[in-house]
Design a protein around this ligand. Structure first.
Ligand code: AQP
Length: 331
């Protein structure tokens, strides 16, 4: 594959989970050697639901540091805050004007996050238009995301096509890059819902910075299915299947190997070992995270990343505005 441009991001809307790591960050690391990569902390997206300022600041720095701790090399990939590149807000508005209410209403993430709420912010509704702008601003060819973001990616492709058709060829139409296995890690208390950093039940998700004892406790309390066989069967054993996926992702073993190991042993032995597998998988990341936070290096990394991102973003934004008929600014 020749060198492509890759863009993705994670919201600082809570403590990053094992789902964010397996479904997104690990793929970011795998792509950085071959491609030109831009990885951002999407703080403008995080405020589509209420955030406390102090918590937003802390979580933003934590996510940036976790990028580096997970193995993203700032010398290879640009790591930056979305809000440090003004083009995101501006192209986000342009994309909002090209979006239809009907297509935004169909977004399942909007339906999920607004369900049962009395007051739903308009930002949550137009979020996918901002996400489209994020991707198109870099003329990204590939967007590594978990399977839950597939629908937003489809909308981005539609908006890019709509813009190009109306105003002339301006944007690259991006392709999703969704891992086949581990694309969606489910909640520990309900395998019909994805593991999510904003789930108010802390026991539903393993945070990347949970202590070994917290991880052990959460896994020992994770919901299981009827019976006692450790078998991958999403229809009939959704909870155990999710735990098996986590085991496979964290250990590098296949599902078949794990099933064979726990044949006849029951859920207890399986969960006990799973906890150790997860603790061991996260230990190097947690060590590196502590080093980065204490060094303060993240501020220089973010400044450098934003400079690199701004160069690309400004150029695309100028081209898009010109195509739409905006007068060029004097600067
Ligand atoms: N459970 C998951 N399994 C696999 N991948 C996941 N991702 C999120 N949850 C899982 C992937 O992580 C990336 C970052 O997502 P995000 O922070 O932009 O928002 P999200 O998808 O809404 O993630 P969360 O954790 O559920 O956040 P909240 O709770 O704030 O909404 C994406 O690539 C996503 O696919």
């Amino acid at each position: 594959m020749s060198q492509l441009r890759v863009l993705s991001g994670i919201q600082p809307s809570g403590k990053l989970t094992l789902g964010n790591y397996i479904g997104a960050m690990r793929n970011f690391v795998a792509l950085q050697d071959e491609h030109e990569c831009f990885f951002m902390v999407v703080d403008l997206h995080a405020i589509t639901v209420p955030q406390e300022p102090a918590a937003l600041r802390e979580q933003s720095e934590a996510v940036a540091a976790l990028f580096v701790a997970a193995g993203i090399d700032p010398a290879k990939a640009a790591i930056f805050m979305q809000s440090h590149v003004h083009g995101h807000s501006e192209l986000g508005w342009l994309m909002t004007t090209l979006s239809y209410m009907g297509e935004l209403e169909r977004m399942t993430q909007f339906k999920d996050k607004s369900e049962g709420k009395d007051a739903v912010g308009a930002g949550l509704f137009v979020y996918p238009a901002l996400m489209a702008a994020d991707i198109l601003l870099y003329n990204s060819n590939l967007v590594p995301v978990g399977d839950d973001q597939k629908q937003h990616l489809e909308l981005t492709r539609d908006l890019a096509g709509r813009f190009n058709h109306k105003f002339g060829d301006t944007f690259v139409v991006p392709e999703p890059f969704i891992p086949k296995v581990g694309a969606r890690i489910m909640s520990l208390d309900d395998a019909s819902k994805k593991m999510s950093k904003s789930n108010p039940n802390a026991g539903s998700a393993i945070s990347l910075l949970d202590s070994p004892d917290e991880i052990r406790k959460k896994i020992s309390r994770a919901k299981t299915d009827l019976g006692r066989e450790v078998i991958f069967d999403v229809q009939n054993k959704p909870e155990i299947s999710n735990l098996l996926s986590i085991y496979a992702q964290c250990s590098g073993q296949t599902i078949e190997q794990i099933q064979a190991t726990y044949d006849g042993q029951g859920y207890g032995a399986f969960k006990k070992d799973l906890a150790e597998v997860v603790v061991n998988a996260l230990e190097p990341l947690q060590r590196k995270y502590t080093d980065i936070r204490s060094s303060g290096a993240i501020h220089d990394i973010l400044r450098d990343g934003a400079e690199r991102a701004n160069v690309v973003a400004d150029k695309t934004l100028r081209a898009a505005k010109e195509a739409m008929g905006f007068l060029p600014s004097a600067r």
